[in-house]
Design a protein around this ligand. Structure first.
Ligand SMILES: [Zn+2]
Ligand SMILES: [Zn+2]
Length: 334
């Protein structure tokens, strides 16, 4: 089994368990590929999370420095763990998650990936902010992001996929993380004017419900951007992750939802990898049985992909879905 995306309590403010114990858990559960992908540091104080500022007693520059220090310690620690597993079971691959906060951060990521290419073998490229506002933190933040577009939902989605495109074209991430992260806090009851993209105003007679399941149907222009991004990922051979953290947080489908996943099948050769995006021991392999169902029954994929590192080279491999589904890994679940 594989996970291409993980964090630990030592190196991210909202993580739970130490990195060593997460690797031990991955070994116990029989993971063949387990990727360590702590967040690359953020450089601008406007992207600090409240718990990070609090953790440094309100001192923002100290909080930013801590992110830098943490990341260096993470890379050293990950190297030690890797050396302690020379057999390659599990195949531990050191990467990083680029949060893609804005253009400046994406450029910084590019520089850092080049400078540390001896250690960092790949990146998970993802977007967590729209208009500089975190969209997966809490509902108030998500709403503030929408408000920053004068409540124009369509403009907000266009902005998300344009920033994602910037990230893709700058970094060519081998794994594209939680492709449709904005669905996490997408309100269930938005009424939107489909022509303007603006959310319900009293007196507007032209309103339709827009949800995380139908926005691509409402706005073909947005769908075009998704296809553009997927075709670009296809051009350099990247993979889109099926990320089970959405299931852990109570959504019905992992990232990406079926609407996007069908486009991945059509425009990125169906190149999917699986990730738990774990932040603690309990989250290693979280909701994987539900993901298996999603993969085999809902999406009916014919193969799964995974990263493998050999002699310092990380390549994307594929396996037939029958082999994936027949893995002994699944026997541990009731
Ligand atoms: Zn993420
Ligand atoms: Zn993550």
């Amino acid at each position: 089994m594989h996970s291409h995306h993980s964090h630990s309590g030592e190196y991210v403010a909202h993580g739970v368990d130490p990195l060593d114990s997460m690797i031990a858990q991955a070994e116990t559960m029989g993971f063949e590929t387990f990727c360590l992908t702590e967040h690359m540091p953020r450089q601008d104080a406007k992207f600090l999370y409240p718990e990070e500022v609090e953790g440094s007693n309100g001192d923002e520059s100290a909080a930013l420095q801590k992110l830098q220090d943490n990341f260096c310690h993470f890379l050293e620690h990950a190297e030690r763990i890797k050396k302690a597993h020379p057999s390659g079971h599990p195949n531990i691959i050191i990467g990083t998650e680029v949060e893609g906060c804005d253009i400046a951060h994406i450029q910084y990521a590019k520089k850092l990936l080049q400078e540390r290419s001896d250690t960092i073998k790949f990146c998970v490229g993802s977007v967590h902010h729209i208009n500089d506002i975190a969209i997966d933190y809490d509902q108030a933040c998500w709403d503030a992001a929408l408000a920053s577009f004068d409540n124009n939902l369509k403009a907000m989605l266009v902005s998300y996929f344009d920033l994602q495109y910037e990230l893709l074209t700058t970094l060519q991430p081998k794994v594209v993380g939680h492709f449709d992260l904005f669905k996490l806090l997408f309100p269930a009851n938005l009424s939107v004017n489909p022509d303007t993209g603006v959310c319900g105003k009293s007196g507007d007679a032209n309103l339709v419900p827009v949800t995380a399941a139908n926005y691509l149907d409402v706005w073909p222009e947005v769908q075009k951007l998704v296809v553009r991004n997927l075709q670009y990922i296809n051009s350099y051979g990247g993979a889109v992750e099926i990320n089970t953290s959405a299931l852990r947080k109570g959504l019905a489908e992992p990232y990406p939802s079926r609407n996007v996943a069908e486009l991945v099948k059509a425009h990125n050769g169906g190149r999917f990898v699986l990730s738990d995006d774990s932040h603690g021991i309990k989250q290693v392999g979280t909701c994987y049985p539900a993901a298996l169902k999603y993969i085999t029954e809902t999406l009916q994929l014919t193969e799964m992909h995974y990263l493998r590192e050999e002699n310092g080279d990380v390549t994307l491999q594929s396996m037939p879905i029958a082999d994936f589904a027949a893995s002994d890994f699944w026997k541990q679940f009731p």
